[in-house]
Ligand binder design. Structure first.
Ligand code: ZN
Length: 294
């Protein structure tokens, strides 16, 4: 018979699954959720079940090697990714994995959510990197997640989705909500010409307030972004936050467009004719207007 605690954990997983489905974070049987019961056992969602329509009795009990200890169904094939997170994060009691469409769009375009844009995201998750692509259900995915999990409570999974962790099921789930919400806001801001970024000084001030709100900091900011050299597990976070002694918000440079413009100008000097795409032309005009204002 299951304990009161286990009953509660089963109910929490059912509720998080229902919310993931209601918000469109999963299609079909996508996604999985797990939580620690005790030192030897985890409770996790079954495979091949829509996450919005689970009942508490469907859950599977496994050990920390992934061996099934109880339940009528089999655990998700993504369980090894969850196990990897628990192994690396003794402070974490729950893991949520889903495919929220906007965040997954960023993950598919190879665009990480690493800009300091929203004070709440800076204080809670900090930076949201992209774990390298790994074939789902293979050892590649846990290996890709391992690189970032010590220093991040949430990350995008290249061409796949997102994963979050927390001290309990709902806190891990809420981080998934935050990531998708942040992705939507970032997308709109970029459609409107790009984000203003929170300055590094302000980021430090915001992160200093974590204690006041009872938020555990996942990891400090990297003093030097090259600390995150490939092959080394990240122990710090890279956050795009420009230094500014006077401004708390600094416009993000449209570096991609600028590079394209420079390339076009270089090509022009070769054959004497300037050819710009519409995007490059508007970037050039936006640049010129900005320089006039400054
Ligand atoms: Zn998935």
């Amino acid at each position: 018979m299951s304990s009161r605690l286990e009953e509660q954990l089963r109910a929490d997983i059912v509720e998080a699954g229902r919310r993931m489905d209601a918000r469109g974070y999963v299609a079909s049987n996508d996604g999985n959720i797990s939580t620690r019961i005790d030192k030897g056992r985890l409770l996790t969602t079954p495979k091949s079940v829509p996450k919005g329509y689970m009942t508490p009795d469907m859950m599977v009990i496994v050990d920390y090697e992934g061996k099934k200890l109880g339940g009528d169904r089999d655990p998700s094939s993504e369980l090894p990714m969850h196990l990897e997170i628990y192994r690396n994060r003794p402070d974490v009691n729950a893991v949520v994995h889903a495919h929220p469409p906007t965040a997954t769009g960023f993950a598919t375009a190879g665009v990480p959510l690493t800009r300091a844009v929203l004070a709440e995201v800076v204080t809670t998750l900090g930076s949201i990197p992209i774990a390298e692509y790994g074939t789902p259900s293979t050892a590649e995915l846990p290996a890709a997640v391992r690189k970032y999990i010590k220093a991040h409570d949430g990350m995008l999974l290249a061409n796949h989705g997102a994963v979050t962790c927390g001290t309990d099921v709902m806190s891990a789930y809420y981080k998934m909500e935050t990531i998708e919400h942040f992705a939507k806001i970032s997308l709109v801001a970029r459609l409107l010409g790009g984000e203003n970024l929170i300055s590094r000084e302000e980021v430090e001030r915001l992160q200093g307030l974590r204690g006041m709100y009872g938020i555990a900091a996942p990891a400090p900011l990297c003093a030097d972004p090259s600390e995150l050299a490939s092959g080394i597990d990240a122990l710090c976070q890279v956050l795009e936050a420009p230094e500014s002694a006077t401004e708390r918000l600094v416009p993000a440079l449209n570096t991609v467009a600028r590079t394209d413009v420079n390339e076009a100008l270089r090509a022009a000097s070769r054959d004497g004719e300037i050819r710009l795409t519409y995007g490059e032309l508007t970037a050039l005009i936006a640049d010129a207007v900005k320089n006039l204002r400054d």
